[in-house]
Design a protein around this ligand. Structure first.
Ligand code: NAP
Ligand code: GDP
Length: 339
């Protein structure tokens, strides 16, 4: 079980007073897959119901290296955020995580420590940070829920990343107990959509498969899927995640994390995802499974019951539709896409 908050001592400093004037929302990692999804939501459907005068700042690493305390302070001094959605992280797929465990741990610990520290110092009214379902224990019961984060070791393939992310959950409670901060976190499943990192070596499975399929179609070579294709995953489109993350910022008052996921019934095998990618890319050549490559965690089936208790009718984009759109986006943006 997640450490329950024991009878907490009185906060050392009083909770941040709501800032006078309009809200300024800083999105760290604002140029990535999720950050750009948030931008298109906020500038589209999300404009309805937005607080009067709310402004958004989408930070990239060019605005400051958040591994460095002085850069993080300079960003907060410049933007003066009242609210923060913290997405910036060293992010990668299974194979990148397996190769760079130390980097994933150290860089994410530095980034998270700097951002949380500045949110306290600048009396940010609310901080929403981003975990991932791959931080959950490998050996567990299913479906996984929000109370199970610390129940056992994560899968060894991504333990550097997972332990760094788990510490966000721990520190959210510590900041609340010592300083009265309103820090919370979201736990998305695997994400996909436009503006992803389509690197074959370093990226996640969907952008990697789309890029590999593009090359296979262009060069008339086989489309190779790594591993057995049997592992199961839940995928959320970045635009759904964006809408739910902004809802979390505006309406979710708990300090405890919330899983942002499609329903359990929407879980798919990597094989089925690969076949949907082939269809979305219009690929009709040979499909090959390279079982010499790792499968990673077999599944991490997450429950969205908590989310459904708040938003019972939220309708997620279907994978077929979302994948077809993402394939089209990659083809149209091939020259400039991150890869
Ligand atoms: P992404 O597309 O790789 O984007 C990462 C973002 O972080 C970029 O804006 C990048 O800036 C910024 N960044 C990285 N290192 C930085 C540093 N040292 N200083 C400042 N900014 C830095 O990642 P994403 O997929 O949107 O992920 C967003 C969040 O979701 C992350 O916290 C990730 O752990 C979590 N998550 C992702 C997935 C997934 O499947 N993608 C699943 C679960 C959870 P530049 O553009 O300048 O490089
Ligand atoms: P994970 O969900 O955290 O394990 O990360 P990924 O998004 O990297 O998905 C990994 C799963 O997809 C594993 O079962 C891999 O064997 C499988 N897979 C198949 N082809 C690829 C590929 O081209 N890239 C990646 N990253 N994974 C692939």
């Amino acid at each position: 079980m997640a450490a329950a908050s024991s009878a907490a001592p009185a906060p050392e400093s009083s909770p941040a007073a709501p800032a006078a004037g309009p809200q300024v929302v800083l999105v760290t990692g604002g140029t990535g897959l999720v950050g750009q999804g948030i931008r298109s939501f906020v500038e589209g459907a999300g404009a309805e119901g937005a607080p009067e005068g709310e402004t958004w700042y989408y930070a990239s690493s060019k605005d400051g290296d958040l591994r460095k305390a002085e850069d993080t302070r300079a960003l907060f001094e410049r933007v003066k955020p009242t609210h923060v959605i913290h997405l910036a992280a060293k992010v990668g797929g299974l194979f990148h995580n397996m190769a760079k465990k130390v980097d994933f741990y150290r860089e994410n610990m530095l980034i998270n420590d700097n951002v949380m520290g500045m949110c306290r110092e600048f009396k940010v009214v609310k901080l929403v940070s981003c975990l991932s379902t791959c931080v959950f224990p490998d050996k567990t019961t299913y479906p996984i829920d929000e109370t199970m984060i610390h129940d056992g070791p994560p899968h060894s393939s991504n333990e550097g990343y997972a332990y760094a992310k788990r510490m966000i959950d721990v520190m959210n409670r510590c900041y609340r107990d010592q300083h009265g901060c309103s820090f919370t976190s979201i736990i998305p499943t695997n994400i996909y959509g436009p503006d992803d990192n389509f690197s074959i070596q370093d990226g996640h499975v969907i952008p990697g498969l789309i890029h590999k399929c593009y090359i296979a179609k262009r060069d008339g070579t086989p489309f190779t899927i790594w591993g057995s294709g049997t592992p199961l995953r839940q995928f959320i489109h970045s635009h759904d995640l964006a809408a739910l993350t902004v809802w979390t910022l505006r309406s979710y008052e708990e300090a405890d994390p919330i899983i942002l996921s499609v329903d359990e019934a929407a879980e798919v095998s990597i094989r089925d995802v690969a076949l949907m990618v082939a269809e979305g890319m219009g690929f009709e050549g040979e499909v090959v499974f390279d079982s010499s490559k790792a499968d990673g965690q077999f599944k991490k089936t997450a429950s969205n019951a908590k989310l459904r208790s708040y938003l019972p009718d939220y309708k997620f984009k279907s994978m077929k539709e979302g994948l077809a759109e993402t394939c089209k986006w990659f083809i149209e943006n091939f020259e400039t896409a991150r890869k």
